[in-house]
Design a protein around this ligand. Sequence first.
Ligand code: ADP
Length: 320
Amino acid sequence: MSSTDPKTLLPASIADRVASLSVKEGRAIAVVDAGGMGTKERGEIEGAITEILSAKEGISDVRVVMTAERKQRRIIAVGSGKGGVGKSTLTANLAIALQKAGRKVGLVDADIYGPSQPVILGNQGQKPVARDEKLVPVESAVGIPVLSMGHLVEPGRALAWRGPMAGNALSQLIDAHWDDVDTLLVDLPPGTGDVQLTMLQRFKPMGAVLVSTPQDLALIDAARAGQLFDQAGVPVIGLVENMAGYACPHCGEVSDPFGKGGVETAAGRLELPFLGRIPLDLAIRQGSDAGKPPAAGDDALARPFLDIAAKVDAWIGAQS
Ligand code: ADP
């Protein structure tokens, strides 16, 4: 046997998914970490490994073992075209609402521009520990385990990260001790940068939810983000309109500071499902700042989040 890692026989995109590869007496055994992979992807990766290795000199038999004992964990990405549209707020509330619907949910806060989940979920200041060189997610008051870019680096520092660093940080957050979590929500940075690319290449999400305010500019960017998922073969579960319709706390008059219905119209144009509308409400911001996301309660403020989560839940159910 040569001393080089047999994984170098495979292209990097495939080697990334291979936990171990050994070649002995003409027989190659590849162990693939199939966590998060659908049946189709498992078939494709098995086919690709068999084809590539069979063509190598000295290999006459190829066995691909999928690590079945590892639970399938689906990843749902939450993205937006630009920052400040309420992506983190939606992700946290969606996580809570999906948990209420019976799923075991974990949350990865991958927003290098402003990791805010520790504040929203009320576990600021808590640091994850590492076990066997993997991070152990931090518990939050609302019962959602979370790992955040903010846990890895001082606030603001992650901004300077480029490609591999951002990608490796994301890998640490996703490839952690999520134990019995079956649905991992990933709060992506806005736009279509390095973290998104790593997300798509290394941890192909099952689907993506996109959030936008009704303004035209935000919508154009959201459509661009949607295109990236689409090209990578990640289905867009649907679009969410945030900060729609403001009810004046004094006179009750409802106005539409960012326009109205724009996201639903755009969803129709892009032939994507429209998942729902969240009003612009001071109580949503106050709840988020206080570590008490509205979906955790049972008043009217929780309703839009629960309704959107019900659609995402049904979509997930329809995939399996
Ligand atoms: P993003 O993740 O897209 O950057 P955030 O979720 O951090 O956006 O939201 C930006 C700010 O807007 C936060 O202060 C948040 O509390 C507030 N916010 C988000 N959605 C709403 C809403 N529907 N009503 C009121 N404030 C909101």
